[in-house]
Design a protein around this ligand. Structure first.
Ligand SMILES: *Cc1c(COP(=O)(O)O)cnc(C)c1O
Length: 382
């Protein structure tokens, strides 16, 4: 139902308008929506006390089974996953080192990262105390760039997979080069599910650990994430989260997860594995086709449905050609956001095209989006 027709809700009562989210699983608009089964499980989880370590064991098993790895762990998002992976590769299971972080004295504290994969979130590796070492050039890298970057201080290679982010070398190549030097590869694949095949892909390709957001395409709690990989490394990560000895809590204590979040993500993963992904993808495509069909034929624009790896699911995309005489793409975005209900669309990626992710578009909202876009694209510049 269109946001404006939803009537009173908890946000509108606070004076916060609800928006139509055609921008994707962005944190800034609230991630994704949890399914009723997830809420029900979280509510039930909130009624009892348990030994949280036992719950972590159970949650880790769900993660490991889903990702197909030796071990798993539920953490507070992919950002927390990056922190935990960075800490784990530096400390291993050495209690003295775990207690010393973020002071990395005496540790291998360099993590290699492609310059072309530097991104908005990469400080989350550095929070551990690690130093990121750039490899290659902004536009890419050759094998020799990576080979020359290893030192006796190298603790891991971080590899980031995200829409519009380059992969200068394939993960296979990176794994081969790193493993031949005994160095693990850690992967941030925060927003890469769906497609569901990506859940098992990166560790199957040889990565030692991978993290995904729980609150993006997995549709778990917005502040959840999962970490999966080799048994020793996951154990090391977990010790950095909650070091159970007599000393201070580990460095990742600032990224705590609640029992409700743990149960919520476990439930979301179980639902994900049972989902008819083709049906979900088909519903996204139907919405994308609706919008593209309504907008087709406007002189000066080219409207297509794209579903390549740089788009999250099938998306209608409006490309503006030189002959376009109407509102600028930036003005279209601005007016969409300022309308009622506010509509948020994607920022393009290849250029200043307008792309729309269908993954968070609720049934019927595709019509509201098409109506508003038609109105704006037909309107004059002024
Ligand atoms: C969203 C994102 C993150 C952060 O994930 P959270 O689960 O919100 O902590 C990290 N890395 C990349 C590439 C992302 O897209």
């Amino acid at each position: 139902m269109p946001a404006s027709k939803r009537g009173s809700n908890i946000y509108s009562r606070m004076g916060i308008p609800t928006v139509i989210n055609a921008q994707s699983w962005v944190t800034a608009l609230g991630g994704s929506l949890m399914r009723p089964e997830v809420f029900a499980a979280m509510e039930e989880a909130g009624k009892y006390f348990i030994e949280i370590e036992k719950l972590h064991d159970a949650a880790g098993e769900v993660v490991a089974k889903a990702v197909g790895t030796e071990a798993g762990f539920v953490c507070a998002g992919a950002a927390a996953g990056n922190l935990l992976m960075a800490a784990a590769v530096m400390t291993g299971t050495d209690e003295a080192k775990i207690e010393r972080l973020p002071d990395t004295t005496g540790m291998k504290n360099e993590i290699l990262i492609f310059k072309a994969q530097r991104n908005y979130y990469d400080k989350t590796f550095e929070v551990s105390g690690a130093t990121l070492i750039d490899v290659g050039m902004p536009g890419g890298a050759h094998q020799y760039h990576l080979e020359a970057a290893f030192t006796e201080k190298t603790s891991a290679v971080a590899y980031i997979v995200a829409p519009m982010l380059k992969q200068p070398l394939s993960l296979f190549e990176v794994v081969e080069i790193a493993h031949s030097r005994g160095v693990p590869v850690i992967v941030d694949a925060s927003a890469q599910v769906p497609p569901i095949q990506n859940l098992t892909r990166y560790t199957a390709e040889g990565a030692d650990m991978v993290t995904f957001s729980g609150g993006k395409g997995i549709c778990g709690p917005q502040n959840s994430g999962l970490l999966a990989g080799k048994r020793d490394l996951i154990k090391a990560a977990r010790m950095n989260y909650q070091y159970p000895g007599p000393s201070r809590a580990g460095i990742a204590r600032a990224a705590k997860v609640s029992k409700e979040t743990l149960v919520g993500l476990m439930t979301a993963i179980e639902l994900l594995l049972k989902t008819d992904h083709e049906a979900v993808w088909g519903a996204w495509r139907a919405k994308a086709d609706h919008i593209a069909g309504r907008l087709k034929g406007m002189p000066g624009t080219r409207v297509v449905v794209e579903e390549d790896e740089n788009r999250q699911g099938p998306q209608p995309v409006i490309y503006f050609e030189k002959s376009w005489k109407g509102l600028s793409p930036a003005d279209v975005r601005k007016r969409l956001r300022e309308g009622d209900p506010p509509i948020w669309v994607g920022g393009g990626g290849y250029g200043d095209e307008i792309n729309m992710a269908m993954v968070n578009v609720q049934d019927g909202e595709e019509r509201v989006i098409a109506d508003r876009l038609l109105e704006l694209l037909r309107s004059n510049k002024s």
